[in-house]
Design a protein around this ligand. Structure first.
Ligand SMILES: Cc1cc2nc3c(=O)[nH]c(=O)nc-3n(C[C@H](O)[C@H](O)[C@H](O)COP(=O)(O)OP(=O)(O)OC[C@H]3O[C@@H](n4cnc5c(N)ncnc54)[C@H](O)[C@@H]3O)c2cc1C
Length: 434
């Protein structure tokens, strides 16, 4: 067993042989063997490239994934390598990634989640702050500067939508913004559950000129060193390494250059971010499933009871293969979606026209809904199949179990996805002319 695995746990419960078989390298190998016939060479090569970086990073820094490690410390090195996001090409800040787009982002996430699920979740929230700057920088220097800081890992970012009294009903906000004569704004109100906010130098936030009126929403970039910004950490015990914030704005002054979308533009900007956000969560959830399944597959092929590898007992083997079949099918579906998304983006010169993006809202909700459900089930069942080894602190299964508990809540709850889908189905039914 490698030295750096020893410090992850209080007491070693899994034997040396099986624990070493559960190494990051072997878990990647299990994933790659599954995907090698499915992926195109550029996708597979990029996946392996990110995996190689993660393996080296883990070894070089003696990462144990133990409770004392601060995942935020890892961001600059991943940023310098260009592994914060591959959703876009950032030519406006002179960053040109040969491998970019939704499919490459899927590859990045598959590698990242197996490396460390909580680190990957924090990275996902930074991407949510990157997207609005990518769309609405208008070549204004401060916006480009902050965009570069996010993309190169100089600081994490956060997106502030949710409020203590407005969660699912996000468009009827209570946080107000009041325009001043010089085009700047004063913000007052509270936000909550904002991933990364306590660690971020900059965040993107929404507020409204008139409370409860979604048509008067606006979108702002905020420097968290400004007076009027206060942030307390909210603890989410199932993701203990991720910092979430509860923020209070008290006459927080936002200069004009930091107004990403003025009054009346906020709602449009919010909805524009929803398709990539939900697809991003779906990709993360599928990556969590692969990570959990690779643990369970390696474990059940090695753990013996009644003198047999436990995989050979139907109760274990049939459940594991049921999860495997369903995971593979959804992975293929999601891959088809990301490829079709990428080809549309390419066709329209870099970003999607509004009507096409709107048409993808239902697919994004379907994937988010299904993938989050699958993460909750596969992470739980994989741990369960590993018995005590799946629920003790010896492997990353603990982190996967924890993160899979929040998958259905973030980015719009299960009920909100099905609500969105009911309305989409009504619209689709009307289109049929029946
Ligand atoms: C770990 C974590 C990270 C998060 N990160 C961010 C972030 O980075 N930025 C951010 O802005 N927010 C973030 N959130 C907030 C998240 O988006 C909200 O928690 C979520 O939208 C639900 O809002 P709520 O918690 O207020 O629940 P509520 O809206 O109060 O919902 C409570 C229950 O009622 C149900 N419900 C509500 N309305 C309906 C309806 N119309 N029909 C059927 N059921 C309904 C919900 O499904 C849920 O089960 C995060 C949350 C968590 C837990």
């Amino acid at each position: 067993m490698e030295e750096n695995n020893k410090k992850r746990f209080v007491t070693q419960a899994i034997n040396d042989e099986i624990l070493s078989k559960l190494s990051l390298k072997n878990r990647y190998q299990f994933l790659n063997t599954n995907l090698m016939t499915v992926l195109e060479p550029p996708e597979f090569n990029f996946l392996k490239k990110v995996q190689k970086f993660c393996m080296r990073f883990e070894k070089k820094n003696n990462i144990t994934h133990g409770p004392e490690e601060d995942v935020y410390e890892w961001i600059p090195e991943f940023g310098a390598e260009g592994y914060i996001t591959r959703s876009h090409n950032f030519d406006m800040i002179d960053i040109n990634y040969a491998e970019h787009g939704a499919t490459m982002e899927f590859m990045r996430s598959l590698a990242m989640v197996s490396f460390n699920p909580q680190y990957s979740m924090a990275g996902g929230a930074t991407i949510l702050a990157i997207n609005p700057l990518f769309e609405h920088h208008e070549n204004i220097p401060i916006r480009l500067e902050v965009l570069k800081k996010f993309v190169t890992g100089q600081t994490p970012g956060a997106i502030l939508i949710t409020e203590p009294e407005r969660g699912s009903d996000a468009v009827h906000m209570l946080t107000t913004c009041k325009e001043q004569d010089d085009g700047s704004f004063l913000l007052n109100g509270e936000k909550i559950y904002n991933t990364n906010a306590p660690k971020s130098d900059y965040v993107v936030a929404y507020a409204t000129a008139e409370q409860n009126n979604g048509n008067t929403m606006a979108q702002f970039l905020i420097d968290t060193s400004w007076d009027g910004w206060r942030c307390e950490r909210v603890s989410i015990p199932t993701v203990p390494k991720v910092y979430l914030g509860k923020e209070t704005f008290t006459n927080l002054h936002v200069p004009k250059d930091y107004v990403l979308g003025g009054v009346g533009k906020g709602r449009e900007h919010l909805f524009e971010g929803l398709v990539p956000e939900r697809i991003g969560i779906a990709v993360d959830c599928i990556s969590q499933c692969w990570s959990a399944l690779s643990h369970a597959a390696i474990y059940s092929n090695n753990r013996k009871q009644f003198n047999q590898e436990i995989l050979k007992f139907q109760g274990v083997g049939f459940l594991l293969t049921d999860l495997w079949a369903r995971l593979m099918n959804v992975t293929l579906g999601l891959l088809m979606f990301t490829k079709s998304y990428d080809s549309k983006v390419e066709k329209f010169g870099g970003s999607l026209p509004k009507n096409i993006s709107q048409a993808m809202v239902a697919s994004a909700s379907q994937f988010k809904y299904h993938a989050a459900k699958l993460s909750a089930e596969i992470c739980y069942e994989s741990a369960n199949l590993m018995g005590g080894a799946g629920v003790c602190d010896n492997t990353l299964m603990q982190d996967l179990l924890g993160i899979s508990r929040i998958a259905e809540i973030i980015g719009g709850s299960r009920q909100i996805q099905t609500y969105v889908l009911s309305m989409a189905m009504r619209q689709l039914y009307k289109m049929t002319g029946i």
